[in-house]
Design a protein around this ligand. Structure first.
Ligand SMILES: Nc1ncnc2c1ncn2[C@@H]1O[C@H](COP(=O)(O)OS(=O)(=O)O)[C@@H](OP(=O)(O)O)[C@H]1O
Length: 220
């Protein structure tokens, strides 16, 4: 990002910027803090195991020749040694990344959205986001409908169009089937970091519950 491209914000306006990678970028908290100390931060998080598979699925769509997920996930599979330096896995260690942000911003300036809840109850999550931003609850359940073909909620009618709008083809893709043993090992790997994250945020995202069942994206 070019750090001088943020537009000036006039009275009564809110400037929003969305770059998921900032959450895991060294130096981002410091630089953002030096730009605007009272900025509000919204972080969307989902089960780190599903997140890793989603990340891998995105890369796979661009580079079909990459090794299998099960290969990339381990430094040594026989020893069960997870490769935490693989970015798809490292990003999901939310507690680690949050720690850097907490050096610069208080928790009160942060809002965490559950990626799972966002799918199940988009209006509920949007209500919380609007409250956090100090906005009137303008976006409500009237604006969403569940699109059976897409398998996700979509917008009924955006402002600038007369037709419903779903997110693009690259969002909500079917994930490849991953060896259940690898999934189990990853859940075990993340458990302490998830618990740390729940403590730091004061929010329990209930990712352990999914361990026994299917994750929202493992529809295949
Ligand atoms: N309404 C709706 N429609 C489609 N997809 C939805 C929706 N709400 C949440 N999701 C989930 O968003 C996931 C993709 O978001 P990303 O974080 O990859 O987006 S971004 O590229 O970083 O902007 C995407 O992950 P995948 O399922 O792995 O593709 C979805 O599970």
């Amino acid at each position: 990002m070019s750090w001088d491209l943020m537009p000036s914000t006039l009275e009564g306006q809110i400037t929003m910027e969305k770059t998921p990678s900032y959450f895991v970028t060294n130096g981002a908290p410091k630089r953002i803090h030096s730009m605007a100390k009272d900025i509000k931060l919204i972080i969307v998080v989902r089960n780190p195991v599903t997140r890793a598979i989603s990340d891998y699925t995105q890369t796979l769509s661009k580079k079909p020749e990459i090794p299998a997920f099960e290969v990339l996930a381990f430094k040594n599979r026989t020893l069960g040694l997870i490769d935490a330096s693989w970015s798809a896995l490292r990003i999901g260690i939310y507690a680690l990344h949050l720690e850097s942000w907490l050096q610069y911003f208080p928790l009160s300036q942060m809002h965490f959205v559950s990626g799972e809840q966002l799918i199940v109850d988009p209006a509920g999550e949007m209500a919380k986001v609007q409250d956090f931003l100090g906005l009137k609850r303008i976006v409500t359940d009237k604006h969403f409908y569940f699109n059976k073909t897409k398998g996700f909620p979509c917008l009924k009618k955006p402002e600038d169009s007369s037709t419903p709008r779903c997110l693009g083809k690259s969002k909500g893709r079917t994930h490849p089937k991953i060896d259940p043993d690898v999934i189990r090992r990853l859940h075990k790997f993340y458990r302490p970091f998830n618990n740390m994250f729940y403590q730091m945020t004061g929010q329990n995202f209930q990712w352990e519950i999914e361990e026994v069942g299917e994750t929202p994206s493992s529809r295949d």
